[in-house]
Design a protein around this ligand. Structure first.
Ligand code: HEC
Ligand code: HEC
Length: 326
């Protein structure tokens, strides 16, 4: 062995010892935190429409369950609460372009089952639409059909319709509506559709390492009332742990967030706000950056930032971020 070979052998030994090679594809990823992707059990049949006209507080409108479930119609309980919707947001276009507002709501508040679009920077919204269309953004749980329904919708948008949808949602403001509660147990929950709700049988179940986010008023949520608030049950100690990570106290593993996302974590012209948004949605995004399921035009910094995060880190970060005002 000459000097160079010896150095190379020593280096190789160090690399193998560090486990960087020798274990194909490096360390196996942690499996997706499926609790952040709730789905009804196979074969769950939604209750039939009994024809009742449903109402919500402070609205003169009334809708049946069939109208509420129609994805080509954005239920609009309070038309005075937002600017006029572009037709693509209100109605979409059959057969594939389901109305943005049917899932993300006319006010853009979304729900834990999708994402809030209100107040996202226009450049960011546009980039996400491009990334979904090019295949650079996907989901870790492909059985969540509504992501693919949306991608099918996005694929049909004309350039002018993208401008309309982006302009509409970027101009709205996201209200605060998430309460974070640390606990060891949570009311025993069930997943009727894409969301958790308590079973209302008086029992509890261990929360474990999950975040379980539930609407405070399930009827209001089913009726898609945009004023419904949510309680996010998060593991004990996670808020303080998340705050330290977000502030960069363990920066070798998890860099501070404010440098890019803004001092108040409410985003910039290019970079999305992360404060006060659905914590299960934040966990999904961090996991998807880490595993390369989000590898779009500007995903590189987040792929690096998440590369050493564990799912437990993501959970703590999301718990803390949800306590901040949006
Ligand atoms: C069938 C329901 C559905 C429809 C219709 C829908 N979306 Fe979505 N959208 C989703 C889901 C679900 C997600 C979040 C996926 C996840 O958890 O990663 C999402 C996420 C997004 C995001 C990413 C937000 C972020 O913070 O990164 C954008 C942007 C978006 N949608 C835009 C639109 C636009 C524009 C339309 C109308 C053309 C639309 N969506 C229609 C379900 C829908
Ligand atoms: C070096 C700059 C940088 C730093 C530091 C950074 N981010 Fe980001 N982050 C970005 C960019 C850029 C995007 C948009 C990515 C895209 O468009 O695909 C983003 C997007 C995100 C998203 C997706 C939001 C959504 O609506 O889907 C989350 C969540 C996020 N960052 C969380 C964090 C957290 C938590 C931290 C700190 C631990 C952090 N980021 C630190 C640059 C950064």
């Amino acid at each position: 062995m000459d000097g160079v070979e010896r150095v190379a052998a020593v280096l190789l030994g160090a690399i193998v010892a560090a486990g960087l090679i020798g274990q194909p594809a490096a360390r196996a990823e942690e499996p997706p935190p499926v609790w952040a992707y709730p789905m009804a059990a196979k074969g769950t049949v939604p209750p039939p429409d009994d024809g009742t006209v449903r109402r919500v507080p402070d609205s003169t409108q009334g809708y049946t369950l069939t109208q509420i479930r129609d994805l080509f119609f954005a239920l609009d309980w309070r038309p005075e609460a937002h600017p006029p919707m572009p037709s693509i947001v209100a109605l979409g276009r059959k057969p594939n372009l389901r109305a943005c507002g049917s899932c993300h709501r006319p006010e853009g508040v979304g729900g834990p089952e999708n994402a809030s679009l209100a107040g996202l920077p226009a450049a960011y919204l546009r980039r996400q639409i491009d990334d979904y269309r090019s295949g650079a953004r996907s989901t870790a749980v492909p059985a969540r059909a509504h992501v693919f329904r949306m991608i099918a919708a996005l694929n049909e948008l004309t350039a002018a319709e993208i401008d309309q949808a982006v302009g509409y949602y970027a101009a709205l403001k996201l209200p605060a509506r998430i309460k974070v509660v640390e606990s060891d147990v949570v009311p025993t929950s069930t997943v009727p559709n894409w969301y958790y709700t308590p079973k209302h049988d008086g029992t509890t179940e261990p929360l474990g390492d999950r975040i379980v986010e539930m609407p405070d008023d399930e009827d209001g949520f089913v009726n898609r009332d945009t004023r419904v608030t949510f309680t996010a049950h998060v593991p004990r100690g996670s808020v303080a742990r998340g705050e330290r990570l977000v502030a960069g106290h363990d920066a070798e593993r998890v860099p501070a967030c404010a440098g890019c996302h803004g001092d108040d974590l409410r985003g910039t012209d290019e970079i999305p706000p992360i404060a006060g948004r659905s914590p299960s949605m934040i966990v999904r995004q961090l996991y998807e950056f880490k595993t390369g399921l989000r590898h779009g035009a500007m995903a590189e910094p987040m792929k690096a930032n998440t590369s050493r995060m564990t799912v437990a880190d993501m959970t703590a970060i999301a718990a803390y971020l949800a306590t901040l005002p949006p």
